[in-house]
Design a protein. Structure first.
Length: 402
């Protein structure tokens, strides 16, 4: 392959990856954009903080529940139909949310909204698996993660700025506009599952998922992807308590530090496909998560001896986000490549397991006493050790890497 052909191929991978990333990023934007409006929503809807927080929980629940049916639907009817239907539902519910008369109504609308936008994530992963496996699939996924990773960093700041010029209801209208943009992107993408490769409608669904749950490599990859995703969510959950209670930092300072962590994760995600090609996905995960476990245990020991301060903690945090960035792509690709059933079923089950693992592990941070490093470090150490162990056991060392 000459350099001109390689350049054209690289441009196609980049453009396709960015397009799939834009579709996948609408969901995270729908989570983060309206977070700064919570206090105002409590007042305007005559609700409690818990009522407004449930609008976020309902959205997450829908994302977890919708992955599997949308994936199976795509295996039977192609990738673009569920994408169109899901985005149209998201647009309609976004407009409805802007007119919500109460917190209870908003919770219900957000659930349906989450069910619709789930198509962006589930279908995008299935399309990646339709097009490529191994290293090429990792390149596509890394480009999509570039967009997904940037959106949570920018969305709260953009949401805060928008609240200075408009009300919180307008934020949902902006989400509707983003959904319409997603429809345009979806229309430009090719159908990656031709009719001859689709699963017959009459074929039962459950055996495909039973096969995935019995596949050790799939479970190891999916759970590892979930545990890698847990690390940034655990940081977001613990940040207000750790940075203010332990280190005495104001909110605007620790927000910048969290942003630096996210940049590290995004950057190393782009490096991950190259290292995956050099070492293989298994070895890359083992090295990244193994080093993450060592770093976490070292920082925990330093904290017990009251050694170090914010500089040490931030250095550790940035390195930990680098390890997560390296491990996430090969874990997800390993799970999709291990699935022998339809790509939609594998992508749906991967998304569901990833969300469930992330929700359960992140919740542990809030169980322990606040204003301490112990909850965060315990969860992160557990994530790295379990990921390392699962990856080690799922595939023998002598097996040829893909």
């Amino acid at each position: 392959m000459n350099s001109k052909t390689q350049g054209a191929s690289g441009q196609r991978v980049l453009s396709t990856g960015l397009a799939l990333g834009l579709l996948s990023a609408i969901g995270p934007l729908a989570i983060d954009l309206y977070l700064p409006a919570f206090p105002t929503m409590v007042h305007d809807l005559n609700a409690t903080p818990g009522d407004v927080q449930r609008t976020l929980s309902a959205f997450f629940l829908a994302l977890a529940l919708a992955q599997i049916p949308i994936g199976s639907f795509g295996d039977r009817f192609g990738r673009k139909l569920p994408l169109y239907l899901g985005l149209c539902l998201f647009i309609a519910m976004s407009i409805a949310c802007s007119f919500a008369p109460s917190a209870e109504a908003l919770v219900a609308m957000r659930f349906v909204q989450g069910f619709g936008i789930c198509a962006g994530t589930a279908v995008s992963r299935a399309m990646i698996r339709d097009l490529h496996t191994g290293h090429e699939a990792a390149r596509l996924m890394a480009f999509s993660f570039l967009i997904i990773g940037i959106s949570p960093v920018l969305a709260p700041a953009v949401g805060s700025w928008l609240l200075t010029v408009t009300g919180w209801r307008a934020l949902f209208l902006i989400l509707a506009v983003l959904g319409a943009g997603g429809l345009v992107v979806a229309a430009l993408l090719p159908e990656t599952l031709p009719p001859e490769r689709r699963i017959p409608v009459r074929q039962p669904i459950l055996p495909a998922y039973a096969a995935l749950l019995g596949n050790g490599r799939f479970i190891a990859g999916a759970v590892t992807a979930g545990l890698a995703t847990t690390v940034p969510y655990a940081y977001v959950t613990a940040a207000p308590f750790v940075f203010t209670g332990v280190f005495g930092l104001p909110a605007h300072v620790y927000t910048l530090l969290l942003g630096a962590n996210a940049v590290c994760s995004i950057g190393l995600t782009q490096l991950s496909p190259r290292l995956m090609r050099l070492w293989g996905p298994r070895k890359l995960i083992l090295r990244a998560m193994g080093l993450g476990a060592v770093l976490t245990a070292t920082l925990g020991g330093a904290a017990l001896m009251h050694v170090g301060g914010i500089a040490l903690f931030q250095a550790y945090s940035m390195l930990m986000f680098c390890m997560v960035g390296l491990a996430l792509t090969p874990a997800a690709i390993s799970a999709l490549d291990a699935g022998k059933t339809g790509a939609g079923a594998a992508a749906g089950m991967l998304g569901t397991l990833q969300l469930v693992v992330t929700a359960c592990a992140s919740a542990l941070v809030s169980v322990f006493p606040a204003f301490s490093l112990a909850p965060l470090l315990t969860v992160v150490l557990g994530c790295t050790v379990v990921s390392w162990t699962l990856t080690l056991l799922a595939q023998p060392a002598q097996t040829k890497e893909s």
